[in-house]
Design a protein around this ligand. Structure first.
Ligand SMILES: Cc1cc2nc3c(=O)[nH]c(=O)nc-3n(C[C@H](O)[C@H](O)[C@H](O)COP(=O)(O)O)c2cc1C
Length: 227
């Protein structure tokens, strides 16, 4: 029952209090995430947990380069623009967030401000940079495995009262992150997780994203009452 509640209640958190997160609590969360299954138990992931001065340097470097027009540089092959149904869902969540925040469609300044917050990892007190072994860069299963671990991470964080948002924005300028965090060359930066204590007054934290009904994502075969 507790797992069901955690899965149903968890949502991405994009506004945090200034309260620091104890290292011991982060270790507990990571120990839970580290129980994730992986192909042949290969456990290809590595986590780099940043707070304080190094995190500020990452935010600054990422933001300055994005503002300066430096082309985003990810370690993994980046998606093209989403199209069709994926684009529709992307817009739907953006609309939900902007409506909650009271950001009007044509308010370029506040929209830009929101994007900037993303580049700063929503000013979270902690960022966990999620990597995996470069030797498995072209092995899609390693991406899958690391993703499974990352979902465990945000769920475990939620269970402890922490909020998190998995985000690509914070590592758009991956070379900055690599340099500041001293991430070795044999690891690929996949994504990052901004994490901290949810700010109860930050309205976007209440946004509940929608899901397709399971009938749209699932087929059952060989069941007696199918069809
Ligand atoms: C791989 C990945 C990357 C994401 N990148 C961002 C991001 O850059 N900025 C952001 O605000 N949210 C980001 N998100 C959060 C998604 O927008 C969010 O998970 C989705 O809208 C569903 O909402 P929920 O997490 O509240 O259920 C990302 C999520 C994932 C899994």
């Amino acid at each position: 029952m507790q797992l069901e509640q955690a899965i149903n209640d968890r949502r991405s958190i994009r506004g945090f209090t200034d309260q620091p997160v104890p290292k011991e609590l982060l270790e507990e969360v990571i120990a839970l995430a580290n129980r994730a299954p992986s192909s042949m138990n290969t456990q290809p992931w590595h986590l780099h947990v940043l707070t304080g001065a190094p995190l500020e340097r990452v935010r600054k470097g990422n933001t300055e380069r994005m503002l300066g027009g430096v082309t985003p540089t990810r370690d993994i092959e980046d998606y093209a623009e989403y199209e069709g149904e994926h684009r529709k869902r992307q817009i739907e969540i953006a609309v939900q967030l902007f409506e909650a925040m009271g950001i009007e469609r044509h308010d370029a300044e506040r929209r830009q401000d929101w994007v900037m917050r993303g580049f700063r990892q929503f000013d979270a007190p902690v960022s966990i940079v999620v990597c995996f072994d470069r030797s498995l860069l072209n092995n899609t299963i390693a991406h899958f495995d690391t993703g499974a671990m990352t979902y465990g991470l945000v769920l475990a964080a939620w269970d402890k009262g922490l909020g998190a948002v998995i985000n690509g924005q914070g590592i758009m300028q991956s070379p900055v992150v690599r340099e500041v965090a001293g991430i070795p060359d044999d690891q690929v930066i996949l994504t990052c997780v901004a994490l901290g204590w949810p700010d109860p007054d930050f309205v976007a934290n209440s946004v509940v994203s929608r899901r397709r009904p399971i009938s749209n994502v699932t087929r059952f075969l060989g069941f007696e009452n199918e069809g």
